[in-house]
Design a protein. Sequence first.
Length: 195
Amino acid sequence: MGLNWTAEIRSEEGKGASRRLRRAGKVPAIIYGADKAAVSVAFDANFIAHAFDNNDMYNSVITVDVNGGDSEQVVVKDMQRHPASNEVAHIDLQRAGESNMITKKVPLVFTGKSTAPGVKMGGLMSFLQPTIEVRCLAKDLPASINVDVSAMEAGTSMRLSELTMPEGVVITALTHGNTDYDQAVVNIGKPKRKG
């Protein structure tokens, strides 16, 4: 699926207007950020339902062509779903220009578990953080971060500072200058002794 979305300008604001839009098969959204005025838009509900079948959508730069407005580069900042139907009820889109930094949660993808010496010895591998928050330019935003755990021994852990990050991408927890924020993302327990 292409990362080009088409939206229409919303002229009415408020809960009542949003309910009417949803009944008409539309999803209300807002585009904001980059020191520009916020723009209220709406998307076709069927298109949005299929777009979010792809988990990479949460960490991709999307081009939104606004009928009656400008073309905008954005990232999904937040999305609300209806509590009963689970249909997308509203989307917050943050502008992702060439020079503005964005902060997003990115999933960690762990590889090499079956070959890790600690697992082969019988140690249990625990994944402590499924996502990490990163800060970067929109063009540098990774869809996910790969974490190679194939060399981990029993009784060890891997911390945020040990992750290999793409160029231009910073883990926000490590910018505080305090080692307390350098948390473990995965560990392997020592195998239980038999007997």
